[in-house]
Design a protein around this ligand. Structure first.
Ligand code: TMP
Length: 205
C-alpha cells in the first residue's frame, strides 16, 4: 500500500508523516517512510542539485530531474518495499510535479501527467493526503534565514501550485483527500488518522 503526502511549505507533512507512522505501527503493521525528491542515494544527489540555488535550472530540466529521481526511487526502494508487504509512506510524489511543474511553472499538463506515470512505471498511490493551508499560513510558518531554489519562487508561483492541488482534488476525489491543516498539529493528526482509518477499512486485505 502506497500512501503519499502533499502540500506547500509549512503544511506539516514531515510531522504528520511521523505521527501517522507511529499510529499505524501501534496497530502492529510495518511502515517505511521516504521523501521525494530523495530516498535513495542517487535521488538524494539529484535533490541537492534541484534545490541548490547555485544552479540556474530551467523548467524542462527541473521536470526531468524530478522524474529521474522518482523513477530511481520507485525501482530501487518503493517497489521492493511494497513487494515485501510494507506500507510505504512517501513525503511528496507525482502530484507535486503536477502542481509545481505543470501548474506552477506552466509546463503542459497532459505531458507532465504522462511523464509522471512513465517515471513510476504505472505505479499510483492508493491514498494521497493533501495537507491544505493558505499561502499566508505557509509564509507565517516558514520564516527561515535561507530559502532553497524552489522556495524562492514568488507568491504568484505558489498560488498556481495551490490551484494545481485543487485541480487534482477535483479530478481524483477518492484518492486525493484534502485535509485542512490550518489548525494545531494535534487537530491535523486526528483528521489524518480518521482519513487513514476510513481508507484502511475499505482496502482489500
Ligand atoms: P520538500 O521541501 O517538501 O522536501 O520538497 C522539495 C521541494 O521540491 C519543494 O519545494 C517542492 C519541490 N518539488 C517539485 O517542485 N516537484 C516535485 O515533483 C517534487 C517531488 C518536489
Amino acid at each position: 500500500m502506497l500512501i503519499t503526502f502533499e502540500g506547500i511549505d509549512g503544511c506539516g507533512k514531515t510531522t504528520q508523516i511521523k505521527l501517522l507512522k507511529e499510529y499505524i505501527e501501534s496497530k502492529g503493521l510495518s511502515v517505511v517512510t521516504m521523501r521525494e525528491p530523495g530516498g535513495s542515494d542517487f535521488s538524494e544527489q539529484l535533490r541537492n542539485i534541484l534545490l541548490s540555488s547555485r544552479h540556474r535550472v530551467g523548467a524542462r530540466s527541473e521536470l526531468m530531474l524530478f522524474e529521474a529521481a522518482r523513477a530511481n526511487l520507485v525501482d530501487t526502494v518503493i517497489k521492493p518495499e511494497l513487494e515485501r508487504g510494507k506500507i510505504v509512506i512517501c513525503d511528496r510524489f507525482y502530484d507535486s510535479t503536477t502542481a509545481y511543474q505543470a501548474f506552477g511553472r506552466g509546463l503542459p499538463l497532459d505531458f507532465v501527467q504522462k511523464l509522471n506515470l512513465f517515471a513510476t512505471g504505472g505505479l499510483t498511490p492508493n491514498l494521497t493526503i493533501y495537507l491544505s493551508i493558505s499561502l499566508d499560513e505557509s509564509k507565517r510558518r516558514t520564516s527561515r534565514p535561507e530559502f532553497d531554489r524552489i522556495e524562492k519562487a514568488g507568491d504568484e508561483f505558489f498560488l498556481k501550485v495551490i490551484e494545481g492541488y485543487n485541480y487534482i482534488a477535483r479530478q481524483e476525489p477518492n484518492r486525493f483527500v484534502v485535509v485542512d491543516a490550518s489548525g494545531s498539529r494535534q487537530e491535523t493528526a486526528r483528521k489524518v488518522r480518521k482519513v487513514f482509518d476510513k481508507f484502511f477499512e475499505g482496502f482489500p486485505k
